[in-house]
Each structure stands twice: as structure tokens, then as C-alpha cells.
Design a protein around this ligand. Structure first.
Ligand code: NAD
Ligand code: LMR
Length: 339
């Protein structure tokens, strides 16, 4: 496998001057929740991406200001802001990619599942609008709990007859970003060269970094691997506690969301060997959704990769996460069917 070069790809688009032999195709990217803590910096980063020609910023309020601000940046995309439900259709129409960071974040002491009550309804209604206005878009789900919001979107799309499993993604890139940062620090290697697959889901023990497959290789002790695994699993909580009631990760999430959307755009544009981890419909395990490495292409997911060889510690982590991930998936499915 070629490396999924998150850091390299950001550097390449942030430093790009837009010179290339073939013009990049027109691509519309819509951010739902664009006025929020993630939405604003994510909108900024998408404005810097030369693969975007049209940037559509939607929120229930506040988007005219964000859009006016971002629109003054002298990069390729045209920016439009939409506020309130009556403008949601316009915001979505013609989208190639819809990124969803809409919903409430955690406060200290909460689990991601504690957000289900509010966010499940938000994601359900936004998914209904996507099914109606841009059923062919790639959906990048950031709203938590991702382990449930992705199944919610899938069930909504199925009920509207527009579900294509290749086009629905739970964004788990922040777990990969964290695993890379923490591994590089411990292994004392250049973080720009690091790759670490992270599989499973996006909450607590369902986040399973596979440090045995990390590159470049390093001789870390079992204790160091256990500590790195725990820090990756608790990375979100580390930020929630540090923010002390003012929300969860926004800046690192915006970075991770921009990396993942950029990978989706490259895939759509026919760039070969674009590989990222994502929580997708899967037959890698017995669970219907699972995060693992996927190849992105013109139709979204082109290939879901298996887990590769696991250490005993990783195998135990895999078995331990299944019950929680299964019940989070089932909770999302049941929500759409009114159970
Ligand atoms: P935030 O409260 O700062 O922003 C959320 C935004 O969503 C607000 O602007 C709000 O107006 C908007 N919103 C609410 N209902 C909406 C609707 N129906 N339509 C459109 N927009 C709506 O929160 P945040 O810090 O940006 O976090 C957003 C979500 O992302 C949370 O659920 C959080 O848990 C999640 N998150 C996920 C990851 C991940 O790795 N997948 C990482 C960080 C945060
Ligand atoms: C994260 O991993 O930072 C997000 O899922 C937000 C959270 O609640 O931890």
C-alpha cells in the first residue's frame, strides 16, 4: 500500500499556487454546521483547497458573517452562506461532498453517546435533506456519536431509496492524526513520515490504533504501546477536559476534516491510490460498520481493506470493542425506525 500521506497532502494543497497542466474539475463542497467551532476553521481550510470551486456554508444561524469573511480570501472557490432551514435545499443542491459537523459537543464528564439525544435528530433531518437535494454527494460525517450517526444516515438514505454504501463516511481522521502525533513523539521519528492505521469506531475503546503496523518502525516496549493506545483512545477526552466546559476538539478536527475531504476530492478526480481510514459499511468483521483503511475513488469507497496481521494486544482490543460498537450501531438504526 502506498502511504496515506495526510501531512504531505495538506502541505501540497496549502502551498499550491494552482499551476497544473489540467484544470481541476468543478467541485462543490458544502459544510453543514459551518458557523460552529469546527465549522469555521474547516470552512477556512476548505477555502484554501484549490480542488474546491464552490464552497457552500450552511448553519441554522451565523453563516452570512462566516461566508462574507471567508469569501474575501483570494483562492479559487466562490463562497456562499446559507442560514436557516428554508435555505438548506439551495445550500445542498449540486454538492459533490457534504461535510457534517453540525450538533452539540461534549462537556467534561460526558461520553459521546450522551450527545445522541440531540445530535441523532439533527443528523436525521440533515440526512433527509441530503437524500432530497444531493443524493449522489459523498457524506463526511463528523457529528458525534459517529458510531451511531453514520448508521442513522444510512437508514435515512435507505428509507429514501438513495443509499449507496460507497458514499457514506464516518470521519475518524482525527484518531489517525492523534496516533501519528503521539507515536512520533514516543518513537522520536519525524512526524511527517509517520503512518498509523486506526480501526474500529470513534469512541473510547472502539478506537483501535494498530501501532504494530506503524511506520517508520520503532522498538517501543509493550508498556509504551499500551500507553500510546490509551492516549489515542482518550484523545478527545483530553481536549474536552482541557477546554473545561467550552466544548471539544475544533481546530485539530478542522484539520482532520480538511484532510479527509481533500482525500475524497482527489478520489473523485481520479487520483490513484488515495487511502485513508474511515468508518464505513464493512464486511471486515461481523459488524455492519467498521473503520479501516479504504481506497477512495470516483464513486467514493473503491475498496475496504482488511486489518492485516494483529498482535495479541490488538486482537484483544478488537474483541473488546465489538459489543460497544455493535450496540451503538443498533441504537442508530433503531432511532430511525422509531424503536
Ligand atoms: P459547536 O457547537 O461549536 O458547533 C456546532 C454547530 O452546529 C453550531 O454552529 C450549530 O448552530 C450547528 N447546528 C446545530 N443544529 C444544526 C442543524 N440542524 N443544521 C445545521 N447546523 C446546526 O460544536 P463543534 O465543536 O463544532 O462540534 C460539532 C460536532 O462535531 C459535535 O457533535 C462534536 O462532538 C463532533 N466532533 C466530532 C469529531 C470527530 O472526530 N468525528 C471531533 C470533534 C468534534
Ligand atoms: C474527538 O475525538 O475529539 C471528538 O470526537 C470530540 C469528543 O467529544 O471527544
Amino acid at each position: 500500500l502506498k502511504r496515506s500521506s495526510s501531512t504531505a497532502s495538506t502541505a501540497s494543497y496549502l502551498s499550491s499556487r494552482g499551476f497544473s497542466s489540467a484544470p481541476a474539475p468543478e467541485r462543490k463542497v458544502t459544510v453543514l454546521g459551518a458557523a460552529g467551532g469546527i465549522g469555521q476553521p474547516l470552512s477556512l481550510l476548505m477555502k484554501l483547497n484549490p480542488l474546491v470551486s464552490s464552497l457552500s456554508l450552511y448553519d441554522i444561524a451565523g453563516t452570512p458573517g462566516v461566508a462574507a469573511d471567508v469569501s474575501h480570501i483570494n483562492t479559487r472557490s466562490e463562497v456562499k452562506g446559507y442560514a436557516g432551514e428554508d435555505q438548506l435545499g439551495q445550500a445542498l443542491e449540486g454538492s459533490d461532498i457534504v461535510i457534517i459537523p453540525a450538533g452539540v459537543p461534549r462537556k467534561p464528564g460526558m461520553t459521546r453517546d450522551d450527545l445522541f439525544k440531540i445530535n441523532a435528530g439533527i443528523v436525521k433531518s440533515l440526512s433527509e435533506a441530503i437524500a432530497k437535494y444531493c443524493p449522489n454527494a459523498l457524506v463526511n460525517m463528523i457529528s458525534n456519536p459517529v458510531n451511531s450517526t453514520v448508521p442513522i444516515a444510512a437508514e435515512v438514505f435507505k428509507s429514501k431509496g438513495v443509499y449507496d454504501e460507497r458514499r457514506l463516511f464516518g470521519v475518524t481522521t482525527l484518531d489517525v492524526v492523534r496516533a501519528k502525533t503521539f507515536y512520533a513523539g514516543k518513537a522520536k521519528v519525524n512526524v511527517a513520515d509517520v503512518n498509523v492505521p486506526v480501526v474500529g469506531g470513534h469512541a473510547g475503546i472502539t478506537i483501535l490504533p494498530l501501532f504494530s503496523q506503524a511506520s517508520p518502525k520503532a522498538n517501543l516496549s509493550d508498556e509504551e504501546i499500551i500507553a500510546l493506545t490509551k492516549r489515542t483512545q482518550d484523545g478527545g477526552t483530553e481536549v474536552v477536559e482541557a477546554k473545561a466546559g467550552k466544548g471539544s476538539a475544533t481546530l485539530s478536527m478542522a484539520y482532520a476534516g480538511a484532510i479527509f475531504a481533500d482525500a475524497c476530492l482527489k478520489g473523485l478526480n481520479g487520483v490513484p491510490d488515495v487511502i485513508e481510514c474511515s468508518f464505513v459499511q464493512s464486511s471486515v468483521t461481523e459488524l455492519p460498520f467498521f473503520a479501516s483503511k479504504v481506497r477512495l475513488g470516483k464513486n467514493g469507497v473503491e475498496e475496504v481493506f482488511g486489518l492485516g496481521p494483529l498482535t495479541d494486544f490488538e486482537q484483544q482490543g478488537l474483541e473488546a470493542l465489538k459489543a460497544e460498537l455493535k450496540s451503538s450501531i443498533e441504537k442508530g438504526v433503531a432511532f430511525v425506525h422509531g424503536n
